[in-house]
Design a protein around this ligand. Structure first.
Ligand code: PMP
Length: 381
């Protein structure tokens, strides 16, 4: 069986795990204890990791705040901005209808609190048009939040254009970079944004750790207020004892990504080309959802005409681990809201699966197991 659900969670890189074990085996002090060496050693590990994250993004170390992951980072951005609303009276947010639930459920909550939220629908190719975002800007717009790469389709969003346009405007720009962090490294290094969210487990780091980036260029203090109350950790943005080994794992994953991202992208491209070739030669009737020209090289969203994705996943489970919709929705089947927002017909949505992989994915295993899946599809069509 081959694991092809990296966008839900990628396996931990063994070098990251080894480093974390090393940290766990050393005596872990509380990184905030100033009274003994264990605290100091832990603090150094944490600060080294902060440097690695900053280095990967070409930003300053003190712009990095560790959180439990992108869900928490997204929540801090949206809920923490409430404070600004009280200061400025601004209550309008622009986002897209294809964001992760960690954005969409939070904005829904904010709407109940009286915020006005506009959800920009994507085009048929899964991309949000920047002009549609710009046209919605109002005097009381506080925040624009657009993801960098969509987790279901792999569609790269025009965040560069949006960031450039908003740069001199009095509006915060947040980017959920969970699916691009450590992958689209060159793009992220030049991107203009105020806040950015990521999770370590999408790039070979451990689950349960991530970061929120708060850029300092436009303000001295973080624009967000803490949503939890407690200790002074992470400058109060995210109180709670710092999970030293998890942070170290994130740092290690970033260090590896810095030196390997180009090579990783090439390996992912090779797997994509292999999958596309196999599809072409399979004799199945299929369509690729979205536009490959604007797609990251580790994701394909495929519709097999006339085949129920639910039935397909069940029948071919022993060959390939794939998904339909995003993992957070896959407890019970409901048609993908992302593909729905793209305007695809219902029967196409119900027949669509997401395949996602990483640089460590074994291409030979893909050939064997995805080949079996294609055989099944052909038999059913
Ligand atoms: N945003 C995006 C775009 C994602 O793909 C995910 C994970 N599927 C998240 C946010 C949430 O990440 P986590 O579950 O690690 O908090």
């Amino acid at each position: 069986s081959v694991y092809l659900d990296y966008n839900a969670s990628a396996p931990i890189d063994s070098r990251v795990l080894d480093y974390m074990v090393e940290i766990y085996k050393g005596t872990l002090g509380n990184a905030d204890s100033r009274t003994h060496d264990f605290g100091e050693t832990s603090r150094q590990v944490v600060e080294k990791a902060r440097n690695e994250v900053a280095n990967l993004l070409s930003i300053k170390k003190d712009e990095v705040f560790f959180t439990s992951g992108a869900t928490e980072s997204n929540n801090i951005v949206l809920l923490g901005l409430k404070e600004y609303t009280e200061l400025t009276g601004k209550k309008h947010i622009i986002t897209s209808s294809i964001e992760h639930k960690a954005i969409l459920e939070t904005t829904k909550h904010l709407q109940q609190l009286g915020f006005k939220v506009d959800y920009v629908a994507p085009e048929r190719d899964g991309r949000v048009l920047p002009e549609k975002v710009f046209n919605l800007l109002r005097k009381d717009t506080l925040l624009v939040s657009i993801m960098h790469v969509n987790n279901e389709t792999g569609a790269i969003q025009p965040v560069q254009e949006i960031g450039n346009y908003l740069f001199d405007k009095d509006v915060f720009f947040h980017v959920d970079a969970t699916q691009s962090f450590g992958k689209l490294v060159d793009e992220l290094r030049v991107l203009k944004y105020d806040m950015l969210s990521m999770s370590a487990h999408k790039l070979g780091g451990p689950q349960g750790i991530g970061a929120l980036i708060l850029k300092k260029k436009r303000y001295k203090l973080p624009p967000v207020k803490n949503i939890m109350y407690g200790g002074p950790q992470e400058h109060g943005v995210r109180p709670g004892t710092t999970p030293v080994a998890l942070v170290a794992g994130l740092g290690k994953a970033c260090e590896l990504a810095v030196s390997e991202y180009k090579e990783n992208a090439e390996k992912c491209c090779a797997i994509r080309n292999c999958l596309l070739q196999m599809l072409k030669e399979s004799g199945t009737s299929y369509q690729i959802n979205g536009n490959l020209q604007y797609c990251v090289p580790n994701t394909l969203n495929i519709c097999f005409d006339g085949i129920s994705s639910e039935a397909l996943m069940l029948a071919t489970k022993q060959y390939c681990s794939i998904s339909n919709g995003s993992a957070c929705n896959s407890h019970s089947y409901s048609p993908s809201y992302v593909l729905t927002a793209m305007g695809l017909p219902e029967e196409q949505i119900e027949s669509s699966i997401r395949v996602s992989w990483g640089a460590l994915t074994d291409i030979q295993l893909v050939q064997i197991e995805f080949g079996r899946l294609l055989e099944y599809v052909k038999g059913m069509q």
